[in-house]
Design a protein around this ligand. Structure first.
Ligand code: ZN
Length: 320
C-alpha cells in the first residue's frame, strides 16, 4: 500500500464505530497466520540484491500476494522474498505454519492432508518443497572425538508404478535375511557436540566410506567405530586415529571416553522415528534423513513451526 493510502486508511479507522472496530479486529486476527508467515519470509527486510541477476539496484514496487514486491533496475523484473526459494509460487500461504507444524510432529502424508484440509498430492509436494533446503544442512566438519557407524535401510520403490514384484505391505521386510542389495547403506558420523552428517552410500565399501568421511575429519580427530573391517580400512586410509570398540566382545567404553553410544543412540532414534512412514522410497531417503537431522538437532529445546518455515525459505541457517 502506498504511503498516501495508508495515511487515509488510518484516518478511516479512527472513524469506525465500536461494532465496526470489533468486526475489523476479527478480520485481522483471522489473518494472523498469514501475517506470521509473511513476517518470517520478509525477516531480513529489503533484499540486498536481485535473486535473478544479482544487481544491487533494487527498489520497492508495491505488493502482491501479501508480500512486498521489489523491482530490479538491472534486469527490470520484479520479485519478492520467496523468489528463488523452494517455496516460490506455492499457494495457500495461510496454511504454511500448520504445514511446518505437521513436519515438526512428523505426521504421515495422510494425517498432514487431514490436518491442513488439502489433497494428499499437495501435502506430498509441500513436504518435499519444505525439506529441500533443510536436507542440505549438515555438519561439514567434526571435532575432537567422533563416532561413525553404518546403518541400513530397505531399498524401496514406494509409490512407483510397474513394480516387478508384489508391493510390500506397510514397509515390509527384505526377501533375504541379512545384508544384501536390498539394503541401502547409510553412514552416520557424529561428534560429541552433536554435529551430525549422514551419507547414503552407493555400496558398503572402503572407497565410498573414505570419500564421505575424509572431508569431514580433520587429522586430529579420533574416530570411534564398531571396528568393522571395512570401516577400519577406510579410517586407516584417511589417516586419523582410530578407536575400534568391539561391543560384541563386551567392551563398551575404552578409557572412559571412547565409545559409539552417541551414534548408536542417534541411529535408534532415527529408525524409531522413520518407522511411522512404513517404508520410505529410496529416492526420497535423503529428504527423510535431513528432516530427522533438523528435528533431532533441536530436540532439547523443541522446534518451533516458525523456525521450520524460516529454514524452508533459507532465512535461518542455525536452529534455536
Ligand atoms: Zn535483476
Amino acid at each position: 500500500m502506498r504511503q498516501r493510502e495508508w495515511k487515509k486508511l488510518k484516518e478511516w479507522v479512527a472513524k469506525l464505530t465500536f461494532g465496526q472496530r470489533h468486526e475489523l479486529m476479527g478480520e485481522l486476527t483471522a489473518d494472523d497466520e498469514i501475517v506470521a508467515c509473511v513476517g518470517i519470509i520478509e525477516n531480513h527486510g529489503k533484499p540486498e540484491q536481485c535473486p535473478r541477476c544479482g544487481s544491487v539496484h533494487v527498489v520497492r514496487n508495491g505488493s502482491a500476494s501479501g508480500l512486498q514486491r521489489y523491482k530490479c533496475r538491472g534486469c527490470s523484473r520484479t520479485f519478492n522474498g520467496l523468489t528463488g526459494t523452494p517455496l516460490a509460487r506455492l499457494r495457500l500461504k495461510p496454511k504454511w505454519l500448520s504445514q511446518a507444524e505437521a513436519l515438526r510432529d512428523g505426521v504421515t502424508i495422510t494425517k498432514a492432508a487431514e490436518r491442513l484440509k488439502v489433497a494428499r498430492s499437495t501435502a506430498f509436494r509441500w513436504r518435499h518443497r519444505f525439506m529441500a533446503l533443510p536436507k542440505t544442512i549438515q555438519a561439514q566438519k567434526l571435532v575432537g572425538i567422533a563416532e561413525a557407524d553404518e546403518t541400513f535401510f530397505l531399498h524401496s520403490d514406494k509409490g512407483q508404478r510397474g513394480l516387478d514384484r508384489k508391493p510390500r505391505r506397510r514397509g515390509g521386510s527384505a526377501a533375504k535375511r541379512g545384508l544384501s542389495k536390498e539394503q541401502i547403506p547409510v553412514l552416520v558420523a557424529r561428534d560429541r557436540s552433536g554435529a551430525t552428517a549422514n551419507f547414503i552410500l552407493a555400496a558398503d565399501g572402503k572407497a565410498d566410506l573414505v570419500a564421505a568421511l575424509k572431508p569431514l575429519l580433520p587429522l586430529d580427530t579420533i574416530l570411534c567405530t564398531d571396528g568393522s573391517s571395512v570401516l577400519a580400512a577406510a579410517v586407516k586410509e584417511i589417516g586419523v586415529t582410530h578407536r575400534p570398540i568391539n561391543v560384541s566382545a563386551g567392551r563398551r567404553v575404552i578409557a572412559g571416553v571412547y565409545h559409539i553410544q552417541n551414534v548408536n543412540a542417534f541411529d535408534s532414534r532415527l529408525k524409531n522415528w522413520i518407522r511411522r512412514f512404513h517404508g520410505v522410497a529410496t529416492k526420497y531417503l535423503d529428504s527423510y534423513l535431513g528432516w530427522f537431522r533438523t528435528l533431532d538437532r533441536s530436540s532439547s529445546t523443541g522446534l518451533q513451526p516458525a523456525s521450520l518455515l524460516a529454514l524452508a525459505v533459507g532465512r535461518q541457517a542455525v536452529l534455536n
